[in-house]
Design a protein around this ligand. Sequence first.
Ligand code: SF4
Length: 504
Amino acid sequence: MSQIETRQLIGSGLKQRTEEALADDFLRKAVAFTTDKLKTGKLKATDDFGDWEQWRERGRLIRTHVIDNLDYYLTQFTDNVSKAGGHVYFCCTADEAVKTFMELAEKRKAKLVAKGKSMVSEEIHLNHHLEDHGIEAIETDLGEYILQLAKETPSHLIIPAIHKNKQQIADLFNEESGESFPPETRVLADFARQKLRNYFLEADIGLTGCNFGVAESGSITLVSNEGNGRMVSTIPKSHVVIMGMERLVPTFDDLEVVLNLLARSATGQKLTTYTSMITGPRREGELDGPEELHLIVLDNGRSEQLGDPVFQEVLNCIRCAACLNVCPVYRHVGGHTYGSVYSGPIGAVLTPLLQQDMKEAGELAYASSLCGACYEACPVKIPLHDMLVQLRNRKVKMGLTPFAERTAFKTFQTVFGNVKLYKVAMNSAYYLQKPFISKGFIKKGPGPMSGWTQSRFFPMKPKESFRDKWNKLQQEMKSSAGSSAAPSVTSSADSKKRGEHHDH
Ligand code: SF4
């Protein structure tokens, strides 16, 4: 798939992308298999950890406190980055962040950028811009490297190539190298290791994201399981960090909590294999580290959520992907269906908010069964299912839902708000359904119902409703009670009111 095709995939509609994903048996099995493993690993790691609910609550409190006081912690953090010798740039938009990076690259006459995993750099489509300016950007995270060769975007927050198998990876590596590697993990990993090693040594700039910034010290925390983050941030002369403005914790004590929550929720590990804390560039007398450190702090729609009673909490996210692994929708369609770098339930909330686009990105609010599994899995207790309902509500209020849907719900509201109309509608439904009934079921529904009946039968509406049956039963009970003269609760109360007494 070419770069252009990848961009088009992002632009195609949600329905079309969903249909494509559902038709891809391999993708569905691969995503379900890996997310199952991650889910099981997480449960074990959290069980071993004692009272997980208390840890979750502590994580929620830390993140909520930071976001409530983001101006304070952002100032403290960036002041400390500057004190440690780093340079800080605040960027309101994706374009500003790209421009800032380009200026840094041009000043250093950079030809090669070695990248650690960074979802924010994906968010601003930095690779496309670097390519357009003749700068080679190499992804050094194995999953991201595979996707770069495949010219695809990540389909999972922490396992970007979750939808690829070993054979597909071997094919990509063979095409890249002209070799014929067998589809064996060790062989493929060895090839990537050798290949990427040279890039670390030759890169003019090392680019990383930032998992957490520690405000009290100005430290940038990076977690990785491959060690590439450490290479990218120490070998090239310049280290550029791009971080979302909300990724802060106040202190190292708080960092301990969120690192535990992140590793256990993401991969079921007690701690991610490599955890680096970088405070400024290399100091005099130190043996390694970059000569200069630049920090780009990106807003890009985040500050719009501050103060919002419903959506501010989405900024608490620590990007662990636990909500993706349990989501029945994500598990069936994978990440590309969401058409955004952020997929799954968090992507369905974050994408329309960051892009401030309720028309197209707002469609993602419907990519959910609202089962609440995402909330249960979230280590910082973000009520994503409630937010999805609120996003749907926002779309309706903005008049962005289709005319047919608006009319259907208006009719529904009128009928269900009026007893007489409701009764007429229910009685008519019995007769209207008749042409579609087969053995007690509607197997091929008309109009919008056809989607439902494509994969399951719809039970026919019985002639007599439950309400009618219930009323009839009540009547029968009353008349039989009257004939045998047995006291009922009501008759006894009535009697008391009238001052009558029964001898028992
Ligand atoms: S919303 Fe919660 S579960 Fe989902 S990625 Fe963010 S922190 Fe993890």
